[in-house]
Design a protein around this ligand. Structure first.
Ligand SMILES: Nc1ncnc2c1ncn2[C@@H]1O[C@H](COP(=O)(O)OP(=O)(O)O)[C@@H](O)[C@H]1O
Ligand SMILES: [Mg+2]
Length: 311
């Protein structure tokens, strides 16, 4: 758990008369109040174990939602032939991969247990597809291939026990040219996170390039806050709020999950799809970078603790 979230939980524990102990080098948070004890290990213990496990696996989430007719982005499962060699012949995976590429043109390929946009690749040629599938199968038991969706906006809904407490929209990181500054200077104002994902994205760009006046340069095709995307709280009276809320509630209850964030995309054709569900809820960057974000995150965790301790 990140520092900001730990501080929020410590503050709430004080306010709510909950004792908090940190065990196992910071991995376990033990919360106790009276004779009740609860643990947080990245995940709160209000989710049933199978629901958390389904949420942590992108393909499993897809299938659970799809079979309940909930709009979700398409996934095709690729098992690692090494791990599953008694069940699946390697030939099959390349047939499946090629067929998907021919059908879709562009593919997004990702580990089923990924997070923060790590190792999520957009492939536009069959050579890229083959290279990335091989690369990912070297370190993952299974991966998913998805069609590339043209995303207009991506949203994150905070789901707790059948209700949505907060939705924010994410925007990919970008700079706007002024005809004189280089990309490397324009990005200084963005205060991008210092991490490998950002370094990787920037390494693929010509940072010396001077964008024309008003030219928009996107720094990533992904919407992860860890990659520098920005968040903006969605107002309840925004037209799309109700639609996102409705789909997120359907998805949360379909997974039989209690506490999770539900990521939803709105495509250029104005179609909504669930992208993924996370039971390990993260608010670190949101708290730090969004105006009033810390208070909103704290209010959200307060509701979770009230639920956990049945207050
Ligand atoms: N099929 C897709 N089409 C277009 N963009 C995608 C697709 N899948 C993922 N993305 C982009 O990549 C980002 C990371 O993918 P995601 O599946 O959420 O993995 P992670 O768990 O690593 O965040 C998403 O936020 C989205 O912007
Ligand atoms: Mg994601």
């Amino acid at each position: 758990m990140n520092e900001e979230t730990i501080k929020i939980l410590e503050e709430l524990s004080k306010e709510m008369d909950i004792k908090i102990e940190i065990l196992s080098y910071g991995w376990i948070f033990k919360l106790s109040k009276g004779d009740k004890v609860h643990y947080i290990t990245g995940n709160f213990d209000i989710n049933k174990t199978p629901s958390s496990k389904i949420a942590s696996d992108k393909y499993a989430t897809y299938e659970v939602l799809k079979t309940q007719n909930i709009s979700v982005i398409n996934h095709v499962m690729i098992f690692n032939p090494e791990e599953r060699k008694n069940y699946i012949k390697e030939n099959n995976i390349w047939d499946v991969v090629e067929k998907e590429f021919k059908k879709q043109g562009k593919l997004v390929i990702k580990p089923n247990y990924g997070y923060e946009g790590k190792d999520v690749f957009l492939c536009k040629t069959i050579d890229d597809v083959r290279k990335i599938v091989k690369y990912l199968l070297n370190k993952n038991n299974s991966i998913s291939i998805c069609p590339f969706y043209e995303i207009k906006k991506e949203y994150r809904a905070f789901y707790l026990d059948g209700e949505i407490s907060l939705i924010y929209e994410k925007e990919k990181p970008f700079v706007i040219g002024n005809g004189k500054d280089k990309i490397k200077d324009l990005i200084k104002d963005l205060r991008l996170p210092h991490n490998e994902i950002v370094r990787n994205n920037l390494s693929k760009m010509d940072l010396e390039y001077v964008p024309r006046n008003s030219e928009k340069i996107e720094l990533s095709w992904k919407h992860n806050l860890h990659g520098g995307a920005t968040a903006k709280v969605l107002k309840k009276d925004d037209d799309i709020y109700k639609k996102i809320e409705e789909l997120a509630i359907k998805a949360g209850s379909a997974l039989d999950i209690t506490f999770a964030t539900i990521d939803i995309i709105n495509t250029n054709n104005n179609e909504l799809y669930v992208l993924e569900i996370n039971s390990g809820v993260a608010t670190g960057i949101f708290s730090k970078k969004v105006e009033n974000g810390r208070k909103l995150a704290k209010d959200m965790y307060r509701k979770v603790l009230e639920k956990v301790f049945e207050i």
